[in-house]
Design a binder for this molecule. Structure first.
Ligand SMILES: *[C@@H]1O[C@H](CO)[C@@H](O)[C@H](O)[C@H]1NC(C)=O
Ligand SMILES: *[C@@H]1O[C@H](CO)[C@@H](O)[C@H](O)[C@H]1NC(C)=O
Ligand SMILES: *[C@@H]1O[C@H](CO)[C@@H](O)[C@H](O)[C@H]1NC(C)=O
Ligand SMILES: *[C@@H]1O[C@H](CO)[C@@H](O)[C@H](O)[C@H]1NC(C)=O
Ligand SMILES: *[C@@H]1O[C@H](CO)[C@@H](O)[C@H](O)[C@H]1NC(C)=O
Ligand SMILES: *[C@@H]1O[C@H](CO)[C@@H](O)[C@H](O)[C@H]1NC(C)=O
Ligand SMILES: *[C@@H]1O[C@H](CO)[C@@H](O)[C@H](O)[C@H]1NC(C)=O
Ligand SMILES: *[C@@H]1O[C@H](CO)[C@@H](O)[C@H](O)[C@H]1NC(C)=O
Ligand SMILES: *[C@@H]1O[C@H](CO)[C@@H](O)[C@H](O)[C@H]1NC(C)=O
Length: 845
């Protein structure tokens, strides 16, 4: 009954979207969050508004709702909203209020994680860089200047929410809010001033009277009434610090982020589902996917150092806004199964008993008689059968079965019934004219960035300067320049041995130019951003220049005192290899500094400038070159990307919008650990890896809304050297959809029918095109028998029905979706005594 009431409430919520809603009372107790006094089991997912565009938001929110989420969670990104102290920006991708209103319009709740330190693999953890240069400031500790800034921004956001009636207590969607972020992970490093800071933060937040509960994540000592919550790959063993607080999981890592030069992590759907089911089995009542849609680190927003531009995160919705199948569908089925248990779960705590080694059953039973059970097999190898409640159940290794009535299994985390989809980048062929279908580049123009000092803003100081203090992160680039006049008999010239320039840098990337020519370069990595290089140099009589270009690749966002990590050339800088064995130290010389590049000061990224050249010939593979071209957008509605094959490292802009750093020349170790990944057993971010021997990231997302009809402008800033004529436009397409269903499987329950407990169905294979406007147009593979492999790589087994292809073709060809009974009556019986499966791979158009 209760769940029916809820359906009606949500329906009204949507219908009345443009009117003000009734206020609701959000409270909590030791069991769950309660909305107007009714405890709830809730599912949440993270979408960070600046990592997509306002044009993408409605679709992302709809796909979240369709996937079974109740709550959208987002951080608030202080650095974007207040780039200059006191000057606020809430436009475009920064329109937080618009994002929250869209979430409300979809009938979903919102969890607002203000931070305002957010980590998030975001530049400087979301702190504006100007905080760093305020007098006497120390971040994230009991420091008055810092606390004043944190309180000022938090209050600003809270007031903005109140003015727009966005708190649930005002009829808005916000039911939870977070202050600080994972401080418990680093708290011990801050000594005695840590605890007073956390107590102050809790008290400051509470005093803002938002009318909904606050959480602190990874904060075991969070003072009342803050709910302390868990972040991790698994949180089933977590318990809050008071039995008056419910067990919440604010970050279930659905995958992991990518760093330049490192392999790309992914997390199998079966293990994500296992982690979620274990949490709800063990008294959990609110869980959030971090991320549900990861998105893109546009411009210079990625943190680091070395966080890639793509923030795909292997999330259920991919970077481009397409469903990642079977992950999205498998979790949607899981959410449905868990919601069927809600009535029993909110009535009681779970009663867990052992059914043998690594086997646990948990029963939730209400006084009114509703009962739900979770059966878990924690063994990472052995499939087994368990007896429970008078029945026997198959329980694959590393899986949880869900029984919403304590009798029938409607879901098992290891049995994926959802369709699988394979998304691909499809190259858009260049057209000879701009009315064709593909993206068309016109000819290129360019500008050669001067090596060394070219700006009148340059300044001279003795010694080597730390980079972040010097640039205030206005640019990735800082020139360190030195000229040395050598007369004919200078020992450095007459020395017979090879002289070497040695440079120690805190990173992140370093280019060395001697007398205007690139002489050497080096790069750090996510694990160690330091760069140390030794470059052979040949000095000449007269004036010699040493120009060192130090480049940051996203500022650090995590760890104790992350804000104090430096970058740039901190030295020493030395000439070594002299035949007399001594070293000439240049560190203390009078260095000339220039923040940023001339092309940046001239705003070349906008495309319009008098500096662009178009003759005599396009320079290729030359360092520090700006390129510009115009193009027409790829036709259709598929998401668009640029494939940067052929380029080295740099930045790109489309119509003046920064589509982020590109670095396809940073290749992952071919001997890394990119082995096939078994979902069974404990997952961490090093377990399942891809892209060994390939770039960590090769394509950058270009949001459709940044493209226009007619002429578009693309600008590249290439650091190392590349060939811009080799880049191409690609679209992101779901290439094929697949499904594989066994005749003994799925369990004979139809999770999605209203009478799911009584409606026994035959095993059925469902196929569905990614968009309802598409139809199934081709079959890459059909087999009923014992086919091997997975989507994209199915092969026939020895047992194979002759009839299957004809039956599937008849049921599905030309249709947007179809279903096929997986029975021998329907598909034939090629081999009587094995359990057979039907596997299909099809494409839609
Ligand atoms: C909200 O619910 C709590 C607990 O049931 C109650 O104490 C409080 O008065 C309610 N607040 C409002 C505004 O209804
Ligand atoms: C669930 O909560 C009950 C009541 O506090 C407790 O007895 C039980 O051990 C908890 N189960 C787990 C797995 O933590
Ligand atoms: C928990 O379940 C066990 C086994 O069914 C049962 O013996 C026990 O009484 C239950 N405990 C509670 C508190 O219901
Ligand atoms: C441009 O190309 C398209 C497709 O390749 C062709 O149909 C069209 O006639 C061409 N237009 C011009 C003006 O050349
Ligand atoms: C070695 O040579 C360098 C430059 O050529 C000179 O500055 C230095 O004094 C010499 N050192 C010794 C020990 O002679
Ligand atoms: C990087 O270099 C600095 C300065 O030399 C040093 O203190 C630090 O330990 C180095 N870091 C690593 C990871 O080697
Ligand atoms: C040496 O060259 C640099 C860069 O070209 C120039 O700024 C400087 O004035 C020159 N110094 C002398 C002594 O010629
Ligand atoms: C940056 O400057 C601040 C003071 O302005 C100083 O305390 C700090 O040590 C500097 N950081 C580095 C890494 O040099
Ligand atoms: C299948 O069953 C038949 C008859 O029961 C038996 O002779 C045969 O060995 C079985 N084949 C396999 C592969 O088990």
């Amino acid at each position: 009954m209760e769940s029916r009431t809820q359906v009606i409430v949500i329906f009204l919520f949507v219908a009345m979207a443009s009117f003000s809603h009734a206020a609701v009372n959000v409270t909590y107790d030791g069991r769950a969050l309660a909305i107007d006094g009714r405890r709830r089991v809730l599912v949440s997912g993270s979408i960070h508004y600046p990592r997509s565009t306002p044009e993408m938001w409605p679709d992302l929110i709809k796909k979240s709702k369709d996937g079974g989420l109740d709550i959208i969670e987002t951080y608030v990104f202080w650095d974007m909203h207040e780039p200059v102290r006191g000057q606020f920006d809430f436009t475009g991708r920064k329109d937080l209020v618009k994002f929250i209103k869209l979430v409300a319009d979809a009938g979903l709740y919102l969890h607002l994680r203000i931070g305002p330190y957010v980590c998030a693999e975001w530049n400087y953890g979301g702190f504006p860089i100007w905080l760093h240069s305020m007098p006497n400031i120390e971040l994230r500790t009991d420091n008055e200047p810092y606390k004043a800034e944190m309180e000022r921004f938090t209050t600003k956001i809270v007031d903005m929410m109140k003015q727009n009636n966005l708190y649930a207590s005002q009829g808005g969607p916000i039911i939870l809010s977070q202050i600080e972020n994972e401080y418990g992970n680093v708290e011990s490093s801050y000594g005695e001033r840590a605890k007073p800071y956390i107590d102050w933060a809790a008290q400051m937040a509470t005093s803002l009277n938002i009318g909904v509960p606050w959480v602190m994540c990874q904060q075991g000592d969070a003072p009342d009434p803050m709910i302390n919550t868990c972040n991790g790959f698994y949180c089933d063993q977590f318990t809050p610090n008071s039995d008056q607080k419910p067990k919440f999981w604010t970050e279930l890592w659905s995958g992991w982020f990518t760093s330049w030069g490192d392999p790309v992590p992914y997390r199998p759907a079966e293990d994500v589902a296992f982690a979620v089911a274990r949490f709800y089995q063990n008294n959990g009542t609110l869980m959030n996917y971090y991320m549900y849609h990861g998105g893109t680190n546009f411009g210079r927003t990625s943190g680091g150092p070395f966080i890639s531009t793509s923030y795909d995160y292997d999330a259920p919705i991919d970077e481009y806004g397409l469903l990642r199948q079977p992950k999205w569908g498998h979790l949607k089925d899981l959410h449905k199964a868990i919601k069927l248990c809600e009535e029993a779960m909110v009535a009681a705590f779970g009663n867990t008993t052992s059914l043998g080694q690594n086997l646990e059953v948990t029963v939730y039973q209400s006084e009114s008689g509703s009962c739900a059970a979770f059966l878990a097999n924690l063994d990472n190898q052995l499939d087994t059968t368990v007896n429970f409640n008078g029945n026997s159940f198959d329980l694959p290794a590393w899986s949880v079965s869900i029984l919403p009535d304590c009798k029938n299994v409607v879901y098992n985390t290891a049995k994926v019934n959802s369709i699988t989809g394979i998304s691909k980048f499809v190259k858009q062929l260049a057209q000879t004219n701009s009315s064709g279908n593909g993206a068309t580049f016109s000819s290129w123009s360019w500008y050669s960035e001067p090596v060394g000092i070219s700006s009148s803003n340059a300044f001279v100081l003795p010694g080597l300067l730390e980079q972040i203090n010097t640039t205030a992160d206005r640019s990735d680039y800082l020139w360190y320049s030195l000229s040395m006049g050598l007369n004919d008999n200078d020992p450095l010239l007459r020395d017979g041995s090879q002289i070497v320039l040695h440079i120690d840098s805190l990173g992140h990337v370093l280019y060395t130019f001697i007398n205007g020519k690139l002489a050497g370069s080096g790069k750090g990595s996510a694990k160690n951003s330091n760069v140390s290089i030794e470059v052979p140099v040949n000095l000449e009589p007269g004036n010699n220049t040493i120009d060192l270009l130090s480049v940051t690749v996203g500022l650090k966002n995590y760890g104790a005192f992350f804000d104090e990590a430096g970058a740039g050339i901190c030295g020493p800088v030395q000439l070594k290899g002299l035949s007399n064995g001594s070293t000439v130290d240049l560190s203390g010389e009078q260095w000339t500094y220039q923040v940023g590049l001339k092309g940046e000061q001239s705003e070349l990224s906008s495309g319009s400038s008098a500096l662009w050249l178009s003759e005599p010939t396009l320079p290729k593979n030359t360092p520090l070159t700006w390129y510009k071209t115009t193009f027409s957008a790829p036709a259709g509605n598929s998401p668009v990307a640029i494939d940067f094959t052929g380029m080295g490292k740099g930045h790109a802009w489309v119509n003046g919008q920064g589509i982020g750093r590109y670095w396809p020349s940073n290749i992952v170790d071919p001997n890394g650990y990119c082995t096939t990944c078994n979902y069974r057993g404990t997952y961490d971010q090093n377990k399942c890896l891809a892209n060994c021997g390939k770039p960590s990231q090769q394509q950058n997302h270009v949001p459709r809304s940044w493209l226009k009809q007619g002429e578009n402008v693309l600008v590249l800033l290439e650091e190392v050297g590349g060939d811009p004529t080799m880049i191409s436009f690609v679209t992101r397409e779901v290439a094929t959809v697949c499904s594989k269903v066994s005749e003994s499987y799925p369990p004979p329950m139809d999770l999605w029918s209203s009478n799911y407990l009584t409606r026994v169905i035959k095993p059925t294979l469902l196929l569905e095109c990614p968009s309802p406007s598409q139809v199934i147009s081709q079959f890459q593979f059909v087999s009923f028998g014992n086919p091997h492999g997975g989507c994209g790589g199915f092969t026939h087994g020895r047992c194979r029905s002759k009839r299957a292809r004809r039956v599937v073709h008849k049921a599905c060809m030309g249709k947007p979706k179809c279903s096929i009974e997986v029975t021998v009556e329907n598909l034939g019986n090629p081999c009587a005594n094995i359990t057979k499966s039907l596997a299909v791979e099809a494409s839609c158009s």
